[in-house]
Design a binder for this molecule. Structure first.
Ligand code: DAH
Length: 339
């Protein structure tokens, strides 16, 4: 019996196979229920008691040896070059599917990068804010409608805890802890209690810019705005400032740019006026400087704030604001080349 095992072992050691099918045949021949190794078990019954131990051990060893050998043959074939079992292992791997940058991130980064070329650095603040930083420090009157529940999401009342309605809150946070010169851009998400539609959402994104130093003038603001508009859109972009009102700036203005879709000739996007509004701006109100611990007799500043969705719409003509937050891959994939 031991001789039989020995010769089987030699047989197994010499096995070769040219393909997976042959390996499978060998597995069946030696290891299946009716295979050569299993059949040894039948003979095992007839081995006298005193020999059982040695023979049992030898059969077990043979079984392990045959299993290893057949696995080895299979692995050798799988790692070999060339066409194995219809698998072409020399084929180039298929492309990895890369994600795309979100259009709002692309535009936010472009805005920040334009301002950083002018020496502005990024400042950020919390989305969950208090009344002081969002409203009071920014010169909002007690009864200003923006403080109303209809516009603002309150988390808690007296003391008020709320979701910031604009990134201007970062202005006051930075001014409170820094003396001029201050030159910051503040990108971030803001929240307003609006019904969600194609043209409004309960959250969106803004970038605020603030410059405070000695002798900062409206001319500085205007030049910065022109530079921004021409870098962001094209070098022929015109800007126009219309007087406006914001509690935290005096004087205040809104800036239009010549419509970058029709080049100013008039189209449905600019309602045939040739101009589109893109941001609010103005000279920081001295009350705001003083409220934040900056001496308004020594320093002056300008501020501006814009909606990232609005700029993105102008650059990419996204018709429905909801597209930005639905994570539809068909929409996001359109920005692959901008990545
Ligand atoms: N905070 C304003 C808003 O959310 C935007 C704004 C207007 C920011 C004028 C400014 C500014 O800094 O000077 O509508």
């Amino acid at each position: 019996m031991l001789n039989k095992i020995k010769s089987l072992r030699e047989e197994v050691a010499a096995l070769t196979a040219a393909n997976a099918e042959e390996v499978e045949q060998l597995r069946i021949k030696y290891l299946s229920k009716k295979g050569a190794v299993s059949l040894l078990m039948n003979d095992f019954r007839n081995v006298p008691a005193e020999g059982k131990r040695a023979v049992g051990q030898a059969i077990n060893e043979l079984k392990n040896f045959a299993t290893d050998r057949i696995n080895e043959l299979r692995e050798a074939l799988e790692t070999a070059d060339g066409d194995v079992d219809g698998l072409d292992l020399t084929r180039t791997a298929s492309d990895l599917r890369l994600g795309t940058r979100h259009p709002l991130s692309l535009v936010r980064e472009e805005i920040v990068s334009i301002f950083s070329r002018l020496g502005f650095t990024v400042a950020e603040g919390p989305e969950i804010e208090d009344d002081w930083h969002v409203f009071s420090s920014l010169n909002f009157a007690e009864d200003h409608p923006a403080r109303d529940m209809q516009d603002t999401f309150f988390i808690q009342r007296s003391p008020d805890v709320l979701l910031r309605t604009h990134t201007s809150s970062v202005q006051s946070r930075v001014m409170e802890r820094t003396q001029p010169p201050i030159r910051i851009v503040c990108p971030g998400r803001v929240y307003r209690n609006e019904a969600i539609s194609a043209r409004a959402h309960c959250f969106f994104h803004q970038v605020e810019a603030l410059y405070v130093d000695k002798d900062v003038s409206f001319a500085d603001l205007k030049q910065t705005l022109l530079y921004f508009a021409r870098e962001m859109f094209d070098s022929n972009t015109k800007i126009r400032l219309r007087p406006s009102y914001f509690p935290f700036t005096e004087p205040s203005a809104e800036m239009d740019i010549s419509c970058n879709i029709c080049g100013g000739k008039g189209c449905s996007f600019c309602k045939h006026t040739g101009w589109v509004e893109i941001l609010g701006c103005g000279m920081v109100d001295p009350n705001v400087l003083d409220a934040c611990g900056i001496d308004s007799k020594v320093y002056s500043g300008f501020a501006l704030g814009m909606g990232v969705e609005r700029i993105t719409n102008l650059k990419y003509q996204v018709k429905d604001l909801r597209m930005f937050s639905e994570n539809d891959v068909r929409f996001l994939d359109e920005f692959t080349s901008a990545r």
